[in-house]
Design a protein around this ligand. Structure first.
Ligand SMILES: [Zn+2]
Length: 237
């Protein structure tokens, strides 16, 4: 009996991971959020979630500097407390900061008061440490209900999801990641990457392929005439 239960559990976990790899659940919650921008200009926004990471964010910042790209980082408040210097470096280098919650909690079952506390506390941590006031919120795992979207907007935030998911947390090879994006990319797309974590955690992980993607992505999309801008600039198009 125990063996059966264990196998059933493993089966459910494997199916769940396969589902997440081949399907982007964010398409289910896009209504009334910003996930791409209608524009006739060849502009896209590159976004990174779950950082800062002491290990990967500095490498990603180096690559962005080399490529001359300004990106948008949706930071986890808890990680900002842990790695304040890296959070400050993101701001100092001219990137945009978004709020990704304090503890990366999925907000689906939160009460409005709990949502407010989660977002406001993360906002305060980011502001105290970097001086930056966030106005974009990206919900962990993109799990949202209509009332949660309304609550977030009532706090003066825009809810920002994405239109193109690199699936970099799966650790595909960087050439596969860039090839996929290059085939799908359209004007006004918001691209999702991660500067921290893996399948099971928002910390650690091996983001080598994410780091390697940046130079190749910059070159490949530049050849197609695309320019990278922050989410803020994309919204002003
Ligand atoms: Zn996240």
């Amino acid at each position: 009996m125990l063996v059966f239960l264990f196998l059933a559990f493993v089966g459910i976990v494997v199916l769940g991971v396969i589902f997440c790899i081949f399907f982007d659940q964010a398409v289910l919650t896009r209504k009334d959020t910003i996930y791409r921008v209608q524009t006739d200009k060849k502009k896209v926004a590159l976004t990174f979630d779950d950082g800062p990471s002491w290990e990967w964010t500095p490498k990603i910042l180096d690559e962005l500097n080399k490529a001359g790209i300004k990106a948008t980082f949706f930071l986890v408040g808890y990680h900002v407390q842990k790695y304040p210097d890296i959070a400050r470096r993101i701001v100092a280098e001219g990137h945009t900061i978004g709020n990704h919650g304090y503890a990366h909690s999925v907000l689906f079952y939160y009460t409005p008061a709990e949502i407010e506390e989660e977002i406001k506390y993360s906002e305060k941590v980011i502001k105290d440490i970097t001086g930056y006031t966030t106005k974009f919120f990206r919900p962990p795992k993109a799990w949202l209900r209509k009332s949660i979207k309304q609550k977030i907007k009532s706090m003066g935030y825009e809810v920002v999801l994405w239109s193109l998911n690199s699936k970099d947390w799966v650790s595909f090879n960087h050439k596969q990641i860039v090839n996929y994006i290059s085939k799908k990319v359209k004007n006004g797309d918001i691209l999702l990457f991660h500067d921290s974590g893996n399948v099971f955690s928002t910390e650690g992980g091996v983001r080598t392929q994410t780091v390697k993607s940046i130079t190749l992505l910059a070159r490949t999309l530049a050849e197609k005439g695309y320019e990278f801008v922050s989410v803020e600039e994309l919204l002003n198009e």
